[in-house]
Structures are given as C-alpha cells and as structure tokens.
Design a protein around this ligand. Structure first.
Ligand code: NAD
Length: 487
C-alpha cells in the first residue's frame, strides 16, 4: 500500500540569474529512480559555460539589493524560506524519496523538516550574535566586523540532498554571500524546487544559482577551478575533496570540508541494552546506512557480545526492506547500480577474509528491480579487513568483541577517518574518559544523532576540514576585519 499518492517527478533545469534555463548546447542526462530502475526525467547537464554564467550572475548580485539589506531583512527571508519548505513538505519528501530510494516516511519526518529548521535556526541565530570587542587599557579599542566572503560554490552529495544543501545555504545567505550550487548528479530534484521557493521568499535574482552536472570536467570541476569563486563548501568523499583542493589551489579559495566516516560504536557491558539495540538499529541502517554518521564498526565488550549479537540480529531481521512509498518500509533502495555493486563488493571481501554473515548479505527475495540489499551484520573479521577499514556507505556493519578500554580505544582510532563515535556505558566517568580519547569530531555518549545546531559539527583526520554549526558556520561564511581605534 502506498503511503500517499505519488506526485510526478520533474525535469531539472539550471537556475541562473533567477531563471530556469537549459544548457547552451541542450545537453542533458537521465535521472534514474533507484527503487525501480525507471527513468524519472531529464536533467540539464552543465559545464564550464553554465558555471561561467552562474558565477557572473552571483558576482553582480553581490553588489545588488542583497548588499544593502539589513541582517533583519535577510533573517526574515530565511524564515520565509523555512516556512515555504514546510508548506511544500509532502511534495519535497516525495521527490527526495523518488531521487534517493530512501523511505518516504524518513524523508517526510527527517530530511524535509530539518531542511526547514536549518533556515529557521539561522534566521534566529544571525540576529542574535555579536562580534569581538576589546578595550586595551586606555590605549586602544579593538572591534571586529563581519563581511561576506563573496561568491561561494556549494558542492553536494546525494545521501541527504535537501538537508545538507540547506545546512550550507542558510548561513551562506544569512551572512550576505551569493552562491553557485552543484547538487549530486543522482539527486537533482529537491534542489531545483528549492530555487522556486527562494524566488518566492524574496531572494533577489542572481543571489543563488544552480548548475546541474557531474564532477571532473563538468560542472563540479568548473566550480572548483573558477577564479571568481571565493570559497567552496564541499560535502562528499575524501578523494573528491582532495581533487577539489588541487583545482582550487591556483586561486587560493577558502575551503570547508565535511567528508566520509568509518565511525566506531563502542558498547560496554554495563550499558542499557534495550536502548543500545534500538539506537544501534538506527545508527547502522537508517537511510540504508548511507549517512556519514552511521556507526558501521560496532565494538562490544566481551561479556555482552553474545547477548548483543542475538538481540541485534533478531531485530535486524524484522526490518522491512522494500518500496520507499510503502508505509511499513524501514530500508529502501541504494542510490545507484554503481554504488550497489560497490557495497556488494565489500560483502565479497568479508567472505574472502573469513567473515561470517549473520544476516543479510543478499538481495531481498521477491524484489526483482531496484538496488535493494538486506541489512547485513558481519562478524569474524579482524581490523585489517578492508571491510573494517574502509567506508562502505551502505547497510553493512561489522561487529567485533573487545576486552579492555585501552584495546577498544586503540581499535576505534585505527583509521584515517575521524568523523563521529558513539559510546555506550552506564559509568559516566568512563563515558567522559573514553570520549576524551576517541579521535572524532562528534562524540555521542548513550545516544546517537542528537543534534543541537549551535554545536561544532565536522570531522578530524580525513573526515573533514573545519567545523560548521552556529558560530562555526558564520566564521566560514564571513571575513572578519579587526578595527583598532587609538584612544
Ligand atoms: P562524491 O565525493 O562522489 O560526490 C560529491 C559531489 O562532488 C557530487 O556533487 C559530485 O558530482 C562532485 N564531484 C565529484 N568529483 C568532483 C570533482 N573532481 N570536482 C568537483 N566536484 C566533484 O560523494 P558522494 O558519493 O556524493 O557522497 C558520499 C560521501 O559523502 C561519503 O563519503 C559520505 O561519508 C560523505 N558525506 C559526508 C557528510 C559529512 O557531513 N561529513 C555528509 C554526507 C555525506
């Protein structure tokens, strides 16, 4: 049974200087529904020329009415954008689900409400914060002012398309910048609808521009190289981040990176096992495991290992993998054939490395089309297996027992990634102690994905550069000038 009547998918054009346009050469590509393998529509394929037009419009808009708007006026526009997202919530959630293969229920309860909240949060935040001021005895008064960075390139992944785009766009606009956005090629629809919303909310033409396309030698590459783009905020894989950094080096752009993760989920035997199981189901398999924060390496203290595995496996077997628009679906389809094959290749690696597939590891019976994979639990691997070391970004977790705190901290840190970690224990001292030693930018104790948008968000090691959230976002999207007055 369908949750709601499906709406029509849309063809996606670029949005440049306030107008929807095709590519100059009329090039386009097909948008595939990962849940059915059917064509949803066409997407304009942009390249250097479209990025040039978009950047020129964004540069002009920096000096237009946007420049003289007060913070309060921009805050009002952000609030209106959030309101309009909520007015179109169901439509946006349906498009997001069609594009990504994620359950409609998830898009409708998490992705779209949070996208609206990103605008509502920054609408309030930007008018509530000040800047530094220091009086240096009777000698001088120092104070700082914020100015926009300029034209910002926003390059996005496909897993949480609207949520992550708005996470960057809201503070970017709030601080008076203009933007050129490139959504992931797999998920162009909600970004396109957002452009209508921005226009309706009163964002002046040229302030936000959208160019669809691919990465290297396409729209993404053109943004990274463009001499008139001042900063790039990128969310995606570390390898892509490295390529963008190389292209951006010649013009010394300011960069913000939110990259991949291979996040440890550390479960001590004294933890509340009911809470552990319910939260670990989510932290492992929500959004088909295609969330950078998913805890894909599960470490369980040996006295609780058998009990955890038995209860966790039983609950995972109850998850329903199926069509995104069926009301009781827990796990939808993976994003693409290419990604589906890649995730499956890790299950082959696990088998070759002597791993035991406790559940999953295959296509669900009875589903012929679409990129579906059963939630998969693997045991019996050691820390050298690529399955334990590399980001799989799918519904696959490894579970490994441990005996001591020192051992689990060493294993948790034995990775190039450092995005997030979860620690489960009823010993609060141990919670703090372990949290201080785990190398990750975001650490949860006895919870997961509990967010306050004022807090610093981002990864260490190869999981990112810089932080977003609250003041950290404002710092990236502004240049601070310090002014000193001699007294
Ligand atoms: P990706 O790096 O393959 O692509 C991301 C974007 O970069 C896409 O829009 C793509 O077209 C573009 N791109 C690719 N090559 C480019 C190039 N050479 N120059 C410019 N642009 C280029 O990532 P993905 O597969 O879309 O997303 C999955 C990755 O994103 C995972 O590693 C995941 O952990 C990470 N991610 C991180 C966070 C976070 O907050 N840290 C959030 C979501 C996803």
């Amino acid at each position: 049974m369908l949750t709601k009547t499906k709406i029509q998918a849309i063809d996606c054009q670029h949005f440049i200087n306030g107008q929807f346009v095709d590519s100059q050469n009329k090039k386009s590509f097909e948008n595939i529904n990962p849940a059915t393998e059917e064509v949803l529509g066409t997407v304009a394929e942009g390249g250097k020329q479209e990025v040039d037009y978009a950047v020129a419009a964004a540069r002009r808009a920096l000096d237009g009415p946007w420049k003289t708007m007060t913070l309060e006026e921009r805050s009002k526009i952000l609030r209106k954008i959030g309101d309009l997202i909520l007015e179109r919530q169901e439509e946006l959630a349906q498009l997001e689900s069609l594009d990504t293969g994620k359950p409609f229920s998830l898009a409708n309860s998490v992705d779209v409400p949070r996208a609206a909240y990103n605008f509502h949060f920054f609408a309030d935040y930007i008018i509530s914060v000040g800047t530094d001021a220091y009086q240096q005895n009777q000698a001088a008064l120092h104070y700082s002012i914020r100015r926009p960075v300029g034209v910002v390139g926003i390059i996005k992944p496909w897993n949480l398309p609207l949520l992550l785009l708005t996470w960057k766009l809201a503070p970017c606009l709030g601080m008076g910048n203009t933007a050129v956005i490139k959504p992931a090629e797999w998920t162009p629809m909600t970004a396109t609808v957002l452009m209508e919303i921005l226009k309706e909310a009163g964002v002046p033409d040229g302030v936000v521009n959208l160019v669809h396309g691919f990465g290297p030698n396409s729209a993404g590459g053109a943004i990274s190289e463009h001499p008139d783009i001042d900063a790039i905020t990128f969310i995606g894989e570390p390898g892509t981040g490295s390529a963008i950094m190389k292209s951006a080096a010649d013009t010394l752009k300011k960069l913000s990176y939110e990259l991949g993760g291979k996040n440890p989920n550390i479960i001590f035997a004294d933890a509340d096992m009911d809470e552990v199981i319910e939260t670990t189901i989510k932290s492992s398999f929500i959004n088909q495991g295609e969330v950078c924060l998913c805890g894909s390496r599960i470490y369980v203290e040996r006295p609780a290992y058998d009990q955890f595995l038995e209860r966790f496996t039983a609950r995972v077997k109850e998850l329903k993998v199926g069509q995104p628009f069926e009301a009781d679906t827990n796990v939808g389809a993976l994003i693409s054939k290419e990604h589906y094959d890649r995730v499956n290749s890790y299950i082959d690696i696990a088998r070759e490395d002597g791993g035991v597939i406790l559940t999953g590891g295959k296509r669900p019976a009875g589903i012929e089309k679409g990129y579906y994979l059963e939630p998969t639990i693997i045991t019996g691997l050691d820390r050298n297996s690529r399955c334990v070391r590399e980001e799989i970004f799918g519904p696959v977790v490894t579970v490994i027992p441990f005996d001591t705190e020192e051992e689990v901290i060493m294993q948790a840190n034995d990775t190039h990634y450092g995005l997030s970690a979860t620690i489960w224990t009823s010993d609060i001292k141990r919670g703090h102690r372990v949290a201080h030693q785990v190398e990750a930018g975001i650490i949860w104790v006895n919870t997961w994905f509990l967010r306050d948008l004022r807090t610093p968000f981002g990864g260490m090691k190869q999981s990112g550069i810089g932080r977003t959230g609250g003041m950290h976002s404002l710092d990236f999207f502004t240049e601070l000038s310090n002014i000193t007055i001699k007294l």
